[in-house]
Design a protein around this ligand. Structure first.
Ligand code: PGA
Length: 261
């Protein structure tokens, strides 16, 4: 994988109409200059992929928000990695916490999806992260203990994925408690994100080796916006960001890309 920083837009189940999706996409596509240091990936709902790929000026890459592990067949409602690839996707999000919450997905499913995505030459964006932040000091900041759930999630999701394949996976540290937070909630601090990324690299070193662990891109997701994106990358020393809510606002998303340019 290249050394470019990654900005991934996860539109989730938005917007409500194709017209709005085309408008959002065109604004972002026109507003973001191609840049040799930056890869911008848009993950719209599946149904918008073909029309948006047609509109694309090729400044942006595409990703699916999920995929199934089989190639084809009687799996109602599912989308295969090769179908995504054939539509023009280069990436696919796997194991997002909302899949776990609403569809009871687990790490063994993420493992099968990862293998299938790699076999179709898609770059998997594997989401991991603890559900609750339960470790606070008197000021309400986390004490820096990394939840062991993260180690368990990585080990299960990467089971039987060898060192030549793991280099092609992007790991997103996405603490569930920090997703789409409101003003009265606390965001994940840059320090917490950095510690989690170091911890993830330690696990990868244990599972593979240090040189391999250093090649895996680790990005952050959870209430990223134009105000904090650059700090997650610079202060927390991460390889990119996964943006949900703020990616639905074209000017805000373009600002994130500008700050990282
Ligand atoms: P958020 O979503 O940026 O709205 O927190 C991130 C995500 O869930 O991928």
């Amino acid at each position: 994988m290249s050394d470019k920083k990654l900005i991934i837009a996860n539109w989730k189940m938005n917007p409500a109409t194709l017209k709005e999706a085309e408008h959002l996409f065109s604004s972002v596509d026109e507003g973001i200059e191609p840049n040799e240091n930056l890869e911008v990936v848009i993950c719209p709902p599946f149904v918008y992929l073909p029309p948006l790929v047609n509109l694309s000026k090729h400044n942006l890459a595409f990703g699916g928000q999920d995929c199934f592990w089989e190639k084809q067949g009687a799996y109602t409602g599912e989308i295969s990695p090769s179908e995504l690839k054939n539509l023009g996707c280069e990436y696919v999000v796997i194991g997002h916490s909302e899949r776990k919450k609403y569809f009871q997905e687990d790490e063994s499913m993420a493992n099968k999806k990862l293998k299938a995505a790699l076999a179709s030459r898609l770059i998997p964006i594997l989401c991991i992260g603890e559900e609750v932040r339960d470790d606070f000091d008197s000021e309400g900041r986390a004490l820096g203990e990394i939840n062991p759930v993260i180690a368990e999630q990585i080990e299960k999701a990467l089971a039987d994925i060898n060192h030549t394949r793991v280099r092609d996976i992007v790991i997103t540290y996405e603490p569930v408690w920090a997703i789409s937070t409101t003003v009265d909630q606390k965001d994940c601090s840059f320090d917490e994100a950095m510690k989690a990324a170091l911890f993830i690299r330690k696990i990868l070193t244990k599972l593979y080796s240090r040189p391999i662990a250093e090649k895996v891109k680790i990005i952050y997701g959870g209430s990223v916006d134009s105000r904090n994106a650059v700090n997650y990358i610079k202060e927390a020393n991460l390889d990119g960001v996964l943006v949900g809510r703020a990616s639905l606002n074209a000017s805000e998303f373009i600002k994130i890309a500008e700050k990282l340019t």
